[in-house]
Structure formats: C-alpha cells, structure tokens
Design a binder for this molecule. Sequence first.
Ligand SMILES: Nc1ncnc2c1ncn2[C@@H]1O[C@H](COP(=O)(O)OP(=O)(O)OP(=O)(O)O)[C@@H](O)[C@H]1O
Ligand SMILES: [Mg+2]
Length: 325
Amino acid sequence: MPLLEVKDLRVNYRVYEGTLKVLNGVNISLEKGEKVGIIGESACGKTTTVKSVMRLLASNAKIAGGEVRYAGEDVLTMAKGRLRDLRRKKMSMIFQDPSAALNPVFTIRQQLYDIIKFSADTRLSKEETHEGALKYLKEAALPEPERILDSYPFQLSGGMKQRVSIAMALVSANELLIADEPGTSLDVTIEDQIMRLLKKIVEEKEISVILITHALGTVKNFVDRIYVMYAGTIVEEGPTKEVFNNPQHPYTQMLIKAVPKLTGGGVPEGILGQVPSYLTPPSGCRFVTRCPYRMEVCDQVPRMYKAGTDQKAACFLYDEGHRSK
Ligand SMILES: Nc1ncnc2c1ncn2[C@@H]1O[C@H](COP(=O)(O)OP(=O)(O)OP(=O)(O)O)[C@@H](O)[C@H]1O
Ligand SMILES: [Mg+2]
C-alpha cells in the first residue's frame, strides 16, 4: 500500500465571478521513503494539491471529487481527532515564506516548545521539552540554539527563519514532509544551503518527501520521481532522469527548454501563451490552447498513456490510434 495516494482529486474555489475549477482530476502516489517532486508554472495548482493533502485548504475551496488516502485512510473525510494525530506525528509542511509560518508575537522558544508538547504522547517536563527543542534546532543546523530560542522571528534572517520552520516541521514529519517552495523567498546561495540540508535530513531519517519548486536544477538532484502539472492536471510522471532527459508531454518539453542552461545553451525559448482561465477551462486537454501538436481528439480529456522509457503522459500523441509522430 502506498504511503500517500491522491486519486482523481478535483478542487474548486468559489470567487465573486463564479467557480474556479482548479484541480481537474489529480493523481499522485508516494511510497514510503520515496521523494517526489511537483513542477509546473505558477498557478498550475501545486499548492492547492498539497494543501488538500494536509486538509489546509482555504475556506472558499470545495473538494469536488476524488480522494486523499494516507496509509489507506481517507484524509478528506476522517474525523478531526484522527487528522490531528496525523498532523502531530506523521506529516508536516514547510511553506514558501518562513515568516508566514512563524507567529511574529511569540519567541521561537514559545512556538517550538508548543509544537513539541503538542506532538508528545505524554506530558513533558520543562527539561525534556528544552532538550527536544535543542535536538530539532541542531537537526536544522542552527548554531547558537539558546539565542535562537530567545529570539522573535523578526530578529532572525530569512535563512534562519526557514531553518526554524524546518525544525518545527521535523517535530511532526516522522513519515511525510511536504516542502512547498522552501527556498524560493531566499537568495540563491541560501536556497541552495536549505535544499542540501533538507535532502540530508530526509535521507538520514528516511522521511518521504513531496517537494514543490520552480528551481528545476534543485528538484533534479533531490527527488526520485517527478510529476509535471499543467493547469490543474498531471500531464507527465516518471523517474526524474527520464523526465529531464527525455520529456514526453509537449508541455514538459517546453518547460524544460524554457530553463536557461547553466552550460550556456543560448537563450531559453520560453513558453508561448498563458495558463487557461479556471472559470472557463477547455473541456478536453487543458494544454490544447498552447500545444503545437493539437489534434481534433484533444477536445476530449486524455488519460495517462505509457510514454518514453518509463513515463506516463496525458497526451493523445501516445494513443496508438492518434500517433502521428
Ligand atoms: N483561496 C483561493 N481562492 C481563489 N483562488 C485561489 C485560491 N487559492 C488559489 N487560487 C487559485 O488557484 C490556482 C492555483 O493556485 P495554486 O496556489 O495552487 O498554484 P501553484 O501552482 O502553487 O502556483 P505558484 O507556483 O505560484 O505557487 C491559481 O489560479 C490561484 O489564483
Ligand atoms: Mg504554490
């Protein structure tokens, strides 16, 4: 049984103008100890997907269909107490902006102690709580833990704040850590340090990971498998190396070409056009408005087809009947 299974997940947002049909049948599965990445342009639904897993969606969101199963249990319908147990002991999330994860009016000590007490099975003494705090700060490679504990978030640098939020997430993420753009708000050297640290921690502790990032170079060195998202759908999935070296879905091919090559392979090509409106998305393949291989059949929703060596792509180019390449 997979550790996590997202099955045909559909999520809408109610807004003034109507209903945004954002997630349109997302399927993701994660084995114990596995590290997967989700990549795709801004607004394609990456955060919505992982927030559904944590059951942290905004109040105007509506699950319009599908399931999220954690070790077989349905997260979306489980009792609040059971969900609390999952968040205490099993899974946790790191957000893009560390400032948003930390409460500005409490010291790090107050916040970290609270989480440690919340996650513990028994009542902890002051000393035990403190020892726990030191242990997690050390895991997150924070020097001078006593000074950090006495600080308010505004007294710490962005990189330190992100390390503190990693330390906090580690208290509960014994099985699954969801990292949503954990370095994006930091400068690139710090982002790189944070990503290395995260990789080291999750490998040592054998924690499963879902990593969301715009930095394709980072994700390439981090995860075993990749899911490529476009406009609320998974368009390709496969082993990281295959997806990067031999992308199959036309969108993945464009996305990877759009990344400037470190080796100096010329100007990136960029991706023409825009993600469609979620108010009135195309009823078939959502990439149809930007796809150079558009066919008549693309007004239907493609299923996942076997593509490349080890991938799956949601594209009719890989349907026997429509293959024209
Ligand atoms: N609470 C909300 N109400 C209305 N629309 C929302 C809400 N949250 C997200 N959206 C919309 O849903 C779409 C998907 O957003 P989401 O944050 O999941 O994308 P993302 O892939 O994480 O993007 P980014 O890379 O910019 O973080 C976007 O069009 C966004 O504007
Ligand atoms: Mg996001």
